[in-house]
Design a protein around this ligand. Sequence first.
Ligand SMILES: Cc1ncc(COP(=O)(O)O)c(C=O)c1O
Ligand SMILES: [Zn+2]
Length: 371
Amino acid sequence: MILTCTACAKEHDSGLPQTVCGDCGQPLQADYHFSTGQLSRDRDLADIDSLWRYHAFLPPLPASERVTLGEGMTPLSTAQLGGITVRLKDETGNPTGSFKDRGLCLAVTMARHYGFERVVLPSAGNAGVSAAAYARAGGIACRVYMPSTIPASFVEEVRGYGAEVILSGSTIAEAGQAMAAEINSSWFNLSTLKEPYRVEGKKTMGLEIAEQLGWTAPDVVVYPAGGGTGLVGIYKALGELRDLGWIDTPLPRMVAVQMEGCAPVVKAFSAGAADIDPWPRPVTTALGLNVPSPMGGAWMLRTLRESGGTAVAIAESDLQGARLRLAEASGIEAGPEAAAAWRGAERLLDEGWIDPEDQVVIVITGDNSRY
Ligand SMILES: Cc1ncc(COP(=O)(O)O)c(C=O)c1O
Ligand SMILES: [Zn+2]
């Protein structure tokens, strides 16, 4: 495994802890150089009820180093949306109730692998809870910087896992600025896309979706995008499966759904821009989507364009209705981010961008338990 810059392709040594590209500052991605026949579905999938089933697609490590709480292997359920049948990748059953567990599982495992005893990150909510849970499982310290506007339930849960919480600013970006001013190099920084392994954890959603669809890719994946790790991760995973010859269908059109009150990716996508501009005054109750200046903006935009996908912004006033329709159609008590994705799929179907014949997967990223 080599770590390659997603922008300039410069290679970085995965034997050392890495952050972002030493030349251009953009995110690094794990590169396995898979080719047809290199892995076999009979031999290289482990019979384990967690994302470690896909260990052959993850950084090579002894099994004893895995920090695991049984994350992943979530259902791909079926629901009716606007007269068509869609599939829901239901991430609410993860150990702390969201898909963040996949990314933090890998990131904390790798932090320990490199010998760090402390991890730190800014979080809009769910990622902080996940990081705290995995740090505790791995026996290392964790500090989470959160906006002071965060509902108390998130703070209590992070503290309940024994992590330290520092409240600062009103968005994840401002919490991140406080973090940057206070930490030193003894901390492994788990910020979205400032280390390469959260994407590796999140990409296992793409591997599971392909396996659950009988080793095919869907036509469309609808994803509520904040920092974007899952969006780029799912697409990366399906590309790896194609390189291996495990799937031979076209890759899906990837859709980023954001909120009208914080839509930097939608704006840059519509403008044909190569990277995002920071969103000036972000406001949305979908906290996971309140990310005004995502580090992975350029990577998300490339993924959307290369896949023939799109980006849509949802009105705040549409969230509640969408949540109820999602719950009625699926029985899932999802959080507002997933409700936004549901609404995005409804809109794209109405507009004809989604064809009734398309196989659509909507990522139901988290539950509603902390709102
Ligand atoms: C429930 C939920 N959905 C979606 C997102 C956005 O995820 P990403 O940052 O991978 O784009 C988050 C991020 O906090 C989240 O908690
Ligand atoms: Zn670079």
